[in-house]
Design a protein around this ligand. Structure first.
Ligand SMILES: [Mn+2]
Length: 252
């Protein structure tokens, strides 16, 4: 008999924060839900990209799409991308890439841009971000817009709307949002970038029954001090900027 309740865990923008990832996975374990889907950007910004990817890949049912940070790794920082990055940012990316193995490269190379699930009659789409107009293989995502609105989301995700999904889950913006336009657009918020200085890891759970799709946001506290100490101990390039902008620690 087909199960009448199915659960999916959703995460995005882990960004090398192992402490936050471990906290979320242990909470999700308590909630006993099955599949984990990541809508991209496991890598960079935090100190533990390689360990985060290894931990996620070791889960029994894990799937992910690529984000722009996975693409930086895959394209080997091509001249066009290097041109858009500061020298310090480039150093940081290359430092991250040295944490990854050839198996990681192979895994990342085969990641899709989109995952479509049809569960109990509900179509749900997972992708890192949208692209208005036809796809350009060299630039699969459009420019990040600070404040997502329903018309903007309808526009950047228009390629999926003919499929009439019940929800599109995405990342890239590091802040939580749940917006109803032509469909429902949910961003769980970054798991690994606390921004405000308050170490809370964001994630979400989707509960699907034949009648409904229910989204439950999750917020899990963790110890960010451990990650900040790792950045120093590992001499992570750009850590001052990361602490200030992505961890919200103004004194750096
Ligand atoms: Mn991104």
């Amino acid at each position: 008999m087909e199960q009448t309740v199915q659960r999916i865990r959703v995460i995005n923008d882990v960004h090398g924060n192992l402490a936050a990832l471990q906290a979320v996975l242990s909470r999700l374990e308590q909630l006993r839900c099955g599949t984990v889907i990541c809508t991209g950007d496991v890598l960079a910004i935090g100190p533990c990209s390689g360990e985060c990817l290894a931990l996620l890949r070791s889960l029994p049912d894990f799937r992910m799409v690529f984000g722009n940070h996975e693409r930086y790794f895959l394209t080997g920082l091509d001249p066009q991308q290097i041109g858009q990055m500061s020298r310090a940012e480039r150093e940081h990316q290359l430092w991250v890439h040295r944490q990854l193995s050839s198996e990681d490269l192979d895994y990342l190379f085969h990641l899709p841009r989109t995952i479509r699930l049809d569960i109990l009659g509900h179509r749900i789409i997972f992708t890192h971000y949208g692209a208005p107009g036809p796809q350009d293989p060299n630039h699969p995502f459009c420019q990040l817009q600070d404040r997502p609105t329903a018309p903007w989301l309808d526009r950047i995700f228009q390629e999926y709307l003919s499929e009439e999904p019940e929800g599109i889950f995405y990342g890239h913006h590091h802040f939580f949002s749940d917006i109803h336009g032509k469909t429902r657009y949910v961003n769980c918020g970054s798991l690994g970038c606390p921004h405000s200085g308050v170490p809370l890891a964001l994630a979400g759970m989707i509960t699907v029954t034949p009648e409904s799709m229910i989204f439950t946001p999750l917020m899990v506290p963790y110890n960010a001090g451990e990650m900040l100490a790792r950045m120093d101990a590992m001499d992570m390039p750009e850590r001052g900027t990361v602490k200030r902008i992505f961890y919200g620690l103004q004194r750096y």
